[in-house]
Write a protein that binds this ligand. Structure first.
Ligand code: GDP
Length: 179
């Protein structure tokens, strides 16, 4: 089974994105308690695909020990998952990514993933401003291909098909490798 993981800082809109992708109102819980969910959640999509919900990071109130625990858990997860086809980073379209996002993105790239990014809450800015914000994100994180940054709105399901297309493509490429 192929896995696609989602990572992002707390409150970036990860639960909302997963709910939107799987078309359910509340399978992935959206909680008002950032930093609380410190477990990895799995969602079975079909015979081939499993979505992986990595715990949110970068929450200021979280202690150093729990941050270290988070890093250890993610690192252990990355290591054992041979079937992991991509770790998709979520960033809020409105804000320049922070240092934690940068670290996470560098880490993802160093693991050999493509570096696909979803820019969440895209409905909060007008479509005409998307490119400007995408450029800010690309510059901060060092994204070579701006096509890799997909604006998304969980409330309007904007670009839902595009994200599924991307996931299916990644799975197909990996299937070809295997055969
Ligand atoms: P998580 O902590 O990353 O799982 O974030 P949540 O999914 O719980 O979302 C955090 C907050 O952002 C909640 O108040 C959501 O309603 C809001 N939110 C998430 N996605 C969107 C979106 O696409 N559009 C808008 N307008 N709000 C969103």
């Amino acid at each position: 089974k192929f896995e696609v993981a989602f990572a992002g800082r707390s409150n970036v809109g990860k639960s909302s994105l997963i709910n939107s992708l799987i078309n359910r109102k509340s399978l992935a819980r959206t909680s008002g308690q950032p930093g609380k969910t410190q477990t990895i959640n799995f969602y079975e999509i079909n015979k081939e695909i499993r979505i992986v919900d990595l715990p949110g990071y970068g929450y200021a109130r979280v202690s150093k020990t729990s941050r270290e625990k988070w890093a250890k858990m993610i690192e252990a997860y990355f290591k054992v998952r041979k079937s992991l086809v991509e770790v998709i980073l979520l960033v809020d379209i409105r804000h320049e990514p922070g240092e934690h996002d940068k670290m996470m993105y560098d880490w993802i790239k160093s693991c050999g993933f493509n570096g696909i990014i979803i820019a969440t809450k895209a409905d909060k800015i007008s479509r005409g401003n998307w490119l400007k914000h995408i450029n800010i994100i690309a510059n901060k994180l060092g994204v070579e291909n701006k096509e890799f940054i997909i604006p998304y709105s969980a409330s309007k399901h904007t670009n839902r098909d595009k994200v599924w297309e991307t996931i299916n493509e990644l799975v197909e490429i990996n299937e070809e490798y295997r055969n």
